[in-house]
Design a binder for this molecule. Structure first.
Ligand code: FAD
Length: 318
């Protein structure tokens, strides 16, 4: 079922969902099931599976020369989605990214998704490779989420990369895109970033999932700005509690978000990591209660494979 249908069927009740990463290459899928099992009692109507672009690794040869090789650390997004749907009978939402895929590879992935009965995709540009200062598009791939979105929209209109004729099957993907209440780090300002978000929605995106945030006011302002500018699609808040003290720096650094002073001070004052986790969870419970009050369609958690904090928060909120 489409995410938009799940939201419509909920009749204004806030839903619970979460996302996780595919296993590291060489690990079994059991780790995914272990991360999902504790959260199933909260009845998520859908579960997202992220996608990671390929990266460069260097292999040292006996003569001392380094060989540059390409590897994908966490392959299997589409297969993990299929496995989740098969095992748990919930919708799985694969993240489709531009980086690391040619347009042909993306087309084949979309065809696979359609054959598997996967109705939703989250369309993203994707992160840069680790060693590169910025995002470098794959030759023959897409540079922006808008380009990838166009490809999905074309397939929803029966248009494939090489003309497959008038009887081409029209896919019917419900498509989500990313939004940034505190702006995407590369955008010169909120207005410019917002212009591209509006472009994604005008092109046909059906829902938005936001970057994590720790100050609800930023999300509310973002939603109000969207509504004032004609964006009417559901805006799903992405959420993640702080659970270890080093995240005070790492989350701001990696995701380019602000940690409110009250939260950072409370964490700095903690005497132990156990206390840090408690502060982070209580902060998120309060955030979630306010968001439910505000009327968010879904509380969507970035679990990063660790279900326990999300479970505690969701149990306190739902
Ligand atoms: P875009 O919408 O393409 O925007 C990228 C930048 O370019 C922005 O600054 C925007 O303002 C600007 N821009 C957009 N369109 C244009 C245009 N047409 N011309 C010029 N400038 C433009 N990363 C992963 O690698 N894998 C994941 O699974 C993943 N999941 C995510 C899930 C969510 C909910 C979110 C919020 C992020 C996720 N990311 C993921 C991270 C995301 O890929 C990065 O933040 C990336 O840098 C931007 O992706 P985007 O889709 O927002 O890009």
């Amino acid at each position: 079922m489409k995410i938009t249908e799940h939201i419509a069927n909920a009749n204004g009740k806030t839903l619970f969902s979460f996302e996780l990463l595919p296993p590291i290459k060489g690990q079994s899928i059991q780790g995914i099931y272990n991360a999902i099992d504790p959260l199933m009692e909260l009845k998520p109507p859908f579960i997202d599976v992220t996608s990671l672009r390929e990266d460069h690794v260097y292999k040292e040869h006996e003569n001392g020369l380094l060989e540059k090789l390409i590897t994908r650390k966490r392959p299997g997004t589409v297969a993990v989605c299929a496995a989740i749907m098969n095992k748990y009978k919930v919708d799985a939402v694969p993240h489709l990214i531009c980086g690391g895929f040619t347009k042909e590879e993306t087309e084949y992935a979309l065809i696979d998704l359609q054959f598997l009965g996967i109705d939703n995709v989250l369309v993203l540009r994707g992160d840069a490779r680790k060693a590169e200062p910025g995002f470098v598009p794959t030759p023959g791939g897409h540079a922006y989420a808008t380009d990838l979105l166009q490809q999905v929209m074309n397939m929803n209109n029966g248009m494939y990369l090489l003309d497959t004729g008038p009887t081409s099957y029209k896919t019917d993907f419900c498509v989500g895109v990313a939004g940034y209440p505190e702006k995407h780090f590369e955008a010169p300002n909120l207005k410019t970033d917002f212009k591209y978000l509006k472009q994604k929605v005008d092109m046909g995106a059906n829902f938005i999932v936001t970057q994590m945030f720790f100050d609800n006011q930023k999300y509310i302002e973002f939603v109000n700005n969207c509504r004032a500018n004609g964006i009417t699609v559901p805006i799903i808040p992405g959420l993640k509690p702080i659970t270890v003290s080093k995240q005070l720096i790492s989350l701001s650094k990696i995701f380019h978000i602000d940690i409110p002073e009250a939260l950072s001070e409370a964490i700095t004052d903690c005497k132990s990591e156990k206390d840090v986790k408690e502060v982070g969870i209580q902060w998120m419970i309060q955030q979630c209660k306010e968001l439910v009050e505000f009327g968010v369609p879904v509380l969507h958690f970035y679990t990063m494979g660790n279900p326990e904090p999300t479970k505690r928060i969701a149990q306190a909120v739902f």
